[in-house]
Design a protein. Structure first.
Length: 137
């Protein structure tokens, strides 16, 4: 497990992940383009197509960041910044739609999802700054 915190050990995985994410993003874009009239008529589908496409693009950017040769701590900072931006961009439309549809606070699931995302980002930074020799497993 000494290689767990070395991104170069995960190179093949992130190359595969990046290719798969690029293909899925393209397929989603084509599917949305083919049914643009239905997507434009329903605000729910417009939000879903935006958030799903944006989430795939963020995951693609994350895989590209891991492939760039750089110190692990910088990678951690970049991933935290990217995920915080994505959190804001993806959650604002959902919060607005829930506030208009529910006429109150968003469901508790929104808060749990946001909290899990922030904890995951903080854990990613904590693990990227921890030296591999400090791991006892």
């Amino acid at each position: 497990m000494l290689n767990a915190y070395h991104p170069e050990s995960w190179h093949e995985l992130y190359v595969t992940l990046g290719g798969a994410l690029a293909a899925l993003t393209g397929l989603l874009f084509v599917a949305t383009s083919l049914h643009i009239d239905k997507v434009a008529q329903t605000p729910h589908w417009a939000r879903r197509s935006f958030t799903n496409t944006f989430a795939l693009i963020v995951a693609l950017i994350e895989s590209l960041l891991v492939l760039v040769p750089q110190p692990a701590q910088w990678l951690g900072y970049q991933l935290i910044a990217l995920n915080l931006v994505a959190l804001v961009v993806l959650m604002l439309p959902l919060i607005r739609s829930w506030l208009t549809a529910v006429k109150g606070l968003p469901p508790l699931l929104l808060f749990f999802g946001t909290g899990a995302w922030v904890v995951g980002a903080a854990g990613g930074q904590g693990s990227s700054s921890m030296p591999a020799a400090a791991c006892s497993w």
